[in-house]
Design a protein around this ligand. Structure first.
Ligand code: NAP
Length: 283
Protein backbone atom coordinates (compact mmCIF):
# COMPACT_ATOMS: atom_id res chain seq x y z
CA UNK A 1 0.00 0.00 0.00
CA UNK A 2 2.89 2.34 0.73
CA UNK A 3 4.26 1.62 -2.74
CA UNK A 4 0.80 2.37 -4.21
CA UNK A 5 1.10 5.80 -2.55
CA UNK A 6 -1.64 5.13 -0.02
CA UNK A 7 -0.73 6.80 3.29
CA UNK A 8 0.04 3.77 5.45
CA UNK A 9 0.64 3.50 9.18
CA UNK A 10 1.73 0.39 11.08
CA UNK A 11 0.84 0.46 14.78
CA UNK A 12 3.33 -1.78 16.59
CA UNK A 13 3.34 -2.50 20.33
CA UNK A 14 6.98 -3.64 20.61
CA UNK A 15 9.29 -4.21 17.66
CA UNK A 16 8.32 -4.85 14.04
CA UNK A 17 8.68 -8.55 13.28
CA UNK A 18 6.56 -10.18 15.99
CA UNK A 19 7.00 -13.94 16.27
CA UNK A 20 9.59 -13.78 13.48
CA UNK A 21 11.93 -12.05 15.94
CA UNK A 22 11.92 -15.18 18.09
CA UNK A 23 12.99 -17.43 15.22
CA UNK A 24 16.59 -18.38 14.65
CA UNK A 25 17.09 -19.77 11.16
CA UNK A 26 14.40 -19.35 8.54
CA UNK A 27 14.87 -21.94 5.82
CA UNK A 28 11.46 -21.84 4.18
CA UNK A 29 11.27 -18.26 2.96
CA UNK A 30 12.37 -17.95 -0.67
CA UNK A 31 15.32 -15.86 -1.75
CA UNK A 32 17.61 -16.75 1.14
CA UNK A 33 19.16 -20.10 0.19
CA UNK A 34 21.83 -19.67 2.86
CA UNK A 35 18.97 -19.05 5.39
CA UNK A 36 18.35 -15.84 7.28
CA UNK A 37 17.60 -15.14 10.94
CA UNK A 38 14.19 -13.87 12.04
CA UNK A 39 15.55 -10.52 13.30
CA UNK A 40 17.45 -9.98 10.01
CA UNK A 41 14.37 -10.69 7.88
CA UNK A 42 12.25 -8.40 10.10
CA UNK A 43 14.77 -5.59 9.68
CA UNK A 44 14.85 -6.03 5.91
CA UNK A 45 11.05 -5.92 5.74
CA UNK A 46 10.94 -2.78 7.89
CA UNK A 47 13.63 -1.10 5.76
CA UNK A 48 11.76 -2.06 2.57
CA UNK A 49 8.50 -0.63 3.94
CA UNK A 50 10.12 2.62 5.09
CA UNK A 51 11.81 3.10 1.71
CA UNK A 52 8.34 3.44 0.18
CA UNK A 53 7.36 6.04 2.78
CA UNK A 54 5.49 3.78 5.21
CA UNK A 55 5.39 4.94 8.83
CA UNK A 56 5.49 3.01 12.10
CA UNK A 57 3.96 4.19 15.35
CA UNK A 58 4.94 2.49 18.62
CA UNK A 59 1.73 2.09 20.59
CA UNK A 60 -0.80 -0.59 21.48
CA UNK A 61 -4.28 -0.93 20.02
CA UNK A 62 -6.70 -1.53 22.89
CA UNK A 63 -10.00 -1.17 21.06
CA UNK A 64 -11.49 -0.67 17.63
CA UNK A 65 -14.87 0.88 16.85
CA UNK A 66 -15.35 -1.27 13.82
CA UNK A 67 -18.12 0.64 12.02
CA UNK A 68 -16.36 4.00 12.34
CA UNK A 69 -12.86 2.42 12.01
CA UNK A 70 -11.63 4.30 15.03
CA UNK A 71 -8.56 2.70 16.54
CA UNK A 72 -8.07 3.46 20.24
CA UNK A 73 -4.51 3.36 21.54
CA UNK A 74 -2.98 2.68 24.96
CA UNK A 75 -1.54 6.21 24.92
CA UNK A 76 -5.09 7.61 24.91
CA UNK A 77 -4.86 8.69 21.29
CA UNK A 78 -7.35 7.66 18.66
CA UNK A 79 -6.69 7.13 14.95
CA UNK A 80 -9.22 6.74 12.18
CA UNK A 81 -8.34 4.58 9.19
CA UNK A 82 -10.29 4.22 5.98
CA UNK A 83 -9.14 0.63 5.89
CA UNK A 84 -7.75 -1.44 8.78
CA UNK A 85 -5.63 -4.57 8.43
CA UNK A 86 -5.39 -6.67 11.58
CA UNK A 87 -2.07 -8.50 11.83
CA UNK A 88 -1.80 -8.97 15.58
CA UNK A 89 -0.56 -12.58 15.37
CA UNK A 90 -0.58 -14.88 18.35
CA UNK A 91 1.17 -15.49 21.65
CA UNK A 92 2.54 -18.67 23.19
CA UNK A 93 0.09 -21.03 24.85
CA UNK A 94 0.79 -21.91 28.50
CA UNK A 95 0.93 -25.49 29.74
CA UNK A 96 -1.05 -24.64 32.88
CA UNK A 97 0.80 -26.97 35.27
CA UNK A 98 2.01 -26.40 38.82
CA UNK A 99 5.32 -24.54 38.95
CA UNK A 100 5.04 -23.00 35.46
CA UNK A 101 4.14 -19.46 36.56
CA UNK A 102 6.34 -19.47 39.68
CA UNK A 103 9.46 -20.58 37.78
CA UNK A 104 8.89 -18.47 34.65
CA UNK A 105 12.22 -16.82 33.83
CA UNK A 106 13.90 -19.17 36.31
CA UNK A 107 14.22 -22.08 33.93
CA UNK A 108 10.72 -21.99 32.41
CA UNK A 109 10.91 -20.32 29.01
CA UNK A 110 8.79 -19.93 25.88
CA UNK A 111 11.65 -18.92 23.56
CA UNK A 112 14.84 -20.90 22.90
CA UNK A 113 16.34 -18.13 20.77
CA UNK A 114 15.91 -15.69 23.67
CA UNK A 115 17.05 -17.91 26.54
CA UNK A 116 18.90 -20.91 25.07
CA UNK A 117 22.39 -19.50 25.69
CA UNK A 118 21.78 -19.67 29.47
CA UNK A 119 21.81 -23.46 29.26
CA UNK A 120 25.36 -24.28 28.15
CA UNK A 121 26.13 -27.94 28.94
CA UNK A 122 22.83 -28.20 30.88
CA UNK A 123 19.93 -30.60 30.68
CA UNK A 124 16.81 -29.11 29.10
CA UNK A 125 13.40 -30.22 27.90
CA UNK A 126 11.14 -28.93 25.14
CA UNK A 127 7.40 -29.62 25.32
CA UNK A 128 5.40 -29.96 22.09
CA UNK A 129 5.34 -31.88 18.85
CA UNK A 130 4.75 -29.17 16.22
CA UNK A 131 7.21 -27.37 13.94
CA UNK A 132 8.02 -24.80 16.60
CA UNK A 133 8.89 -27.38 19.28
CA UNK A 134 11.18 -29.28 16.90
CA UNK A 135 12.91 -26.07 15.82
CA UNK A 136 13.35 -25.06 19.47
CA UNK A 137 14.88 -28.47 20.30
CA UNK A 138 17.33 -28.27 17.38
CA UNK A 139 18.36 -24.74 18.34
CA UNK A 140 18.94 -25.79 21.96
CA UNK A 141 21.37 -28.53 20.94
CA UNK A 142 23.88 -25.73 20.23
CA UNK A 143 24.12 -25.15 23.97
CA UNK A 144 22.55 -27.94 25.99
CA UNK A 145 24.14 -31.26 26.86
CA UNK A 146 20.86 -33.15 26.34
CA UNK A 147 17.47 -31.93 25.16
CA UNK A 148 14.42 -34.06 25.94
CA UNK A 149 11.58 -33.53 23.50
CA UNK A 150 8.35 -34.31 25.34
CA UNK A 151 5.25 -34.87 23.22
CA UNK A 152 1.85 -36.10 24.32
CA UNK A 153 1.30 -38.42 21.34
CA UNK A 154 3.50 -41.13 19.83
CA UNK A 155 4.09 -39.28 16.57
CA UNK A 156 4.97 -35.66 15.93
CA UNK A 157 2.55 -33.14 14.48
CA UNK A 158 5.47 -31.70 12.44
CA UNK A 159 6.36 -33.71 9.35
CA UNK A 160 9.21 -34.16 6.86
CA UNK A 161 12.76 -32.86 6.79
CA UNK A 162 12.62 -31.32 10.27
CA UNK A 163 11.57 -34.60 11.91
CA UNK A 164 14.49 -36.40 10.21
CA UNK A 165 16.88 -33.73 11.49
CA UNK A 166 15.56 -34.09 15.03
CA UNK A 167 15.61 -37.88 15.05
CA UNK A 168 19.20 -38.00 13.78
CA UNK A 169 20.46 -35.52 16.38
CA UNK A 170 22.26 -37.41 19.16
CA UNK A 171 21.55 -34.69 21.70
CA UNK A 172 17.76 -34.86 21.30
CA UNK A 173 15.98 -37.57 23.28
CA UNK A 174 12.29 -37.90 22.26
CA UNK A 175 9.97 -38.66 25.18
CA UNK A 176 6.74 -39.64 23.44
CA UNK A 177 3.21 -40.38 24.71
CA UNK A 178 4.10 -38.30 27.74
CA UNK A 179 2.83 -35.19 29.49
CA UNK A 180 4.43 -32.82 31.97
CA UNK A 181 2.46 -32.92 35.22
CA UNK A 182 4.51 -30.59 37.40
CA UNK A 183 7.59 -28.36 37.27
CA UNK A 184 9.64 -28.42 40.47
CA UNK A 185 12.47 -26.40 41.97
CA UNK A 186 13.10 -24.02 44.86
CA UNK A 187 14.47 -20.91 43.14
CA UNK A 188 14.95 -22.39 39.68
CA UNK A 189 13.83 -25.41 37.68
CA UNK A 190 15.38 -28.62 39.01
CA UNK A 191 12.97 -31.37 38.05
CA UNK A 192 9.89 -32.11 36.00
CA UNK A 193 7.35 -34.80 36.72
CA UNK A 194 6.35 -36.76 33.62
CA UNK A 195 3.36 -39.04 33.12
CA UNK A 196 3.67 -41.84 30.61
CA UNK A 197 0.26 -41.87 28.96
CA UNK A 198 0.46 -45.56 28.02
CA UNK A 199 0.87 -46.98 31.53
CA UNK A 200 -0.10 -43.88 33.56
CA UNK A 201 3.12 -44.03 35.59
CA UNK A 202 4.82 -40.91 36.92
CA UNK A 203 8.57 -40.38 36.91
CA UNK A 204 11.10 -37.57 37.37
CA UNK A 205 13.34 -35.95 34.77
CA UNK A 206 16.16 -33.81 36.19
CA UNK A 207 16.41 -30.72 33.99
CA UNK A 208 17.70 -27.17 34.40
CA UNK A 209 15.31 -25.67 31.89
CA UNK A 210 11.99 -26.38 30.22
CA UNK A 211 10.94 -24.70 26.96
CA UNK A 212 7.20 -24.79 26.37
CA UNK A 213 6.23 -24.76 22.70
CA UNK A 214 2.66 -25.98 22.44
CA UNK A 215 1.14 -23.60 19.95
CA UNK A 216 -0.36 -20.17 19.88
CA UNK A 217 -3.40 -18.21 21.01
CA UNK A 218 -4.50 -15.48 18.59
CA UNK A 219 -4.30 -11.90 19.88
CA UNK A 220 -7.92 -11.02 19.22
CA UNK A 221 -9.37 -10.29 22.68
CA UNK A 222 -9.86 -6.61 21.79
CA UNK A 223 -12.08 -7.67 18.86
CA UNK A 224 -14.34 -10.17 20.67
CA UNK A 225 -17.97 -9.74 19.67
CA UNK A 226 -17.08 -7.24 16.96
CA UNK A 227 -15.70 -9.38 14.15
CA UNK A 228 -16.52 -12.94 13.17
CA UNK A 229 -14.11 -15.49 14.66
CA UNK A 230 -13.99 -19.26 15.08
CA UNK A 231 -14.38 -20.96 18.47
CA UNK A 232 -10.64 -20.50 19.18
CA UNK A 233 -10.60 -16.76 18.49
CA UNK A 234 -9.05 -16.90 14.98
CA UNK A 235 -10.52 -14.28 12.62
CA UNK A 236 -12.54 -15.55 9.68
CA UNK A 237 -11.90 -13.85 6.35
CA UNK A 238 -12.92 -14.33 2.74
CA UNK A 239 -10.46 -14.87 -0.10
CA UNK A 240 -9.78 -11.12 -0.25
CA UNK A 241 -8.68 -11.33 3.44
CA UNK A 242 -11.66 -9.16 4.35
CA UNK A 243 -13.37 -9.87 7.67
CA UNK A 244 -17.09 -9.80 8.43
CA UNK A 245 -16.76 -6.00 8.61
CA UNK A 246 -16.26 -4.32 5.20
CA UNK A 247 -12.96 -2.42 5.07
CA UNK A 248 -11.39 -4.45 7.89
CA UNK A 249 -8.94 -7.12 6.76
CA UNK A 250 -6.97 -9.74 8.71
CA UNK A 251 -3.70 -11.43 7.75
CA UNK A 252 -1.12 -13.80 9.20
CA UNK A 253 -1.29 -15.91 12.35
CA UNK A 254 -4.41 -14.13 13.61
CA UNK A 255 -6.46 -15.61 10.74
CA UNK A 256 -8.20 -18.96 10.57
CA UNK A 257 -6.30 -20.82 7.85
CA UNK A 258 -4.43 -24.01 7.09
CA UNK A 259 -0.77 -22.94 6.86
CA UNK A 260 0.89 -20.64 9.40
CA UNK A 261 4.17 -19.54 7.83
CA UNK A 262 5.93 -16.27 7.00
CA UNK A 263 5.46 -16.90 3.29
CA UNK A 264 1.69 -17.32 3.62
CA UNK A 265 1.43 -14.25 5.89
CA UNK A 266 3.25 -12.18 3.26
CA UNK A 267 0.95 -13.41 0.50
CA UNK A 268 -2.09 -12.57 2.62
CA UNK A 269 -0.64 -9.10 3.27
CA UNK A 270 -0.28 -8.55 -0.48
CA UNK A 271 -3.85 -9.72 -1.09
CA UNK A 272 -5.26 -7.47 1.65
CA UNK A 273 -3.21 -4.52 0.32
CA UNK A 274 -4.47 -5.08 -3.21
CA UNK A 275 -8.13 -5.17 -2.19
CA UNK A 276 -7.69 -2.31 0.28
CA UNK A 277 -6.41 -0.17 -2.59
CA UNK A 278 -9.39 -1.15 -4.76
CA UNK A 279 -11.78 -0.29 -1.95
CA UNK A 280 -10.18 3.11 -1.38
CA UNK A 281 -10.29 4.00 -5.06
CA UNK A 282 -13.97 3.17 -5.27
CA UNK A 283 -15.08 5.15 -2.22
P1 NAP B 1 1.13 -26.40 16.57
O1 NAP B 1 1.47 -26.84 15.18
O2 NAP B 1 -0.28 -26.05 16.90
O3 NAP B 1 1.64 -27.57 17.53
C1 NAP B 1 1.40 -27.51 18.90
C2 NAP B 1 1.94 -28.78 19.51
O4 NAP B 1 1.79 -28.70 20.92
C3 NAP B 1 1.21 -30.02 19.04
O5 NAP B 1 2.12 -31.07 18.83
C4 NAP B 1 0.26 -30.32 20.21
O6 NAP B 1 0.04 -31.69 20.37
C5 NAP B 1 1.03 -29.80 21.38
N1 NAP B 1 0.15 -29.34 22.45
C6 NAP B 1 -0.86 -28.44 22.38
N2 NAP B 1 -1.41 -28.23 23.59
C7 NAP B 1 -0.73 -29.03 24.45
C8 NAP B 1 -0.82 -29.28 25.84
N3 NAP B 1 -1.72 -28.63 26.61
N4 NAP B 1 0.04 -30.15 26.38
C9 NAP B 1 0.97 -30.79 25.63
N5 NAP B 1 1.11 -30.60 24.31
C10 NAP B 1 0.27 -29.73 23.72
O7 NAP B 1 1.99 -25.14 17.06
P2 NAP B 1 3.43 -24.57 16.62
O8 NAP B 1 4.42 -25.64 16.48
O9 NAP B 1 3.69 -23.43 17.56
O10 NAP B 1 3.14 -23.95 15.21
C11 NAP B 1 2.11 -22.97 15.04
C12 NAP B 1 1.83 -22.82 13.55
O11 NAP B 1 2.98 -22.25 12.92
C13 NAP B 1 1.60 -24.18 12.88
O12 NAP B 1 0.63 -24.06 11.90
C14 NAP B 1 2.96 -24.51 12.29
O13 NAP B 1 2.87 -25.35 11.16
C15 NAP B 1 3.49 -23.11 11.94
N6 NAP B 1 4.98 -23.10 11.99
C16 NAP B 1 5.63 -23.40 10.84
C17 NAP B 1 7.01 -23.43 10.84
C18 NAP B 1 7.74 -23.78 9.58
O14 NAP B 1 7.10 -23.88 8.56
N7 NAP B 1 9.04 -23.96 9.63
C19 NAP B 1 7.72 -23.15 12.00
C20 NAP B 1 7.03 -22.85 13.16
C21 NAP B 1 5.64 -22.84 13.14
P3 NAP B 1 -0.85 -32.54 19.33
O15 NAP B 1 0.04 -32.75 18.14
O16 NAP B 1 -1.15 -33.79 20.08
O17 NAP B 1 -2.07 -31.71 19.06
Amino acid sequence: TARAKIPTLIIEKLLPGGTMLLTDRIENYPGFPESITGPQLSQKMEQHYREFGGEILTDEVIDIEVKEKNVKLRSGNCIRGKVIVIATGGRKRKLGVEGEERLKGKGVSYCAVCDGAFFKEKMVAVVGGGFSALEEALFLTRFAKICYLIHRRDNFRAKGHLVDKVLSNQKIKPVLSSTVEKIEGTDKVENIVIRNRKDGKLYDLKVDGIFISIGQIPNTEFLKGKIEMDENGYIITDEKMETSIPGIFAVGDVRKKSLYQIITACGEGATAGFFAEKLLNHT
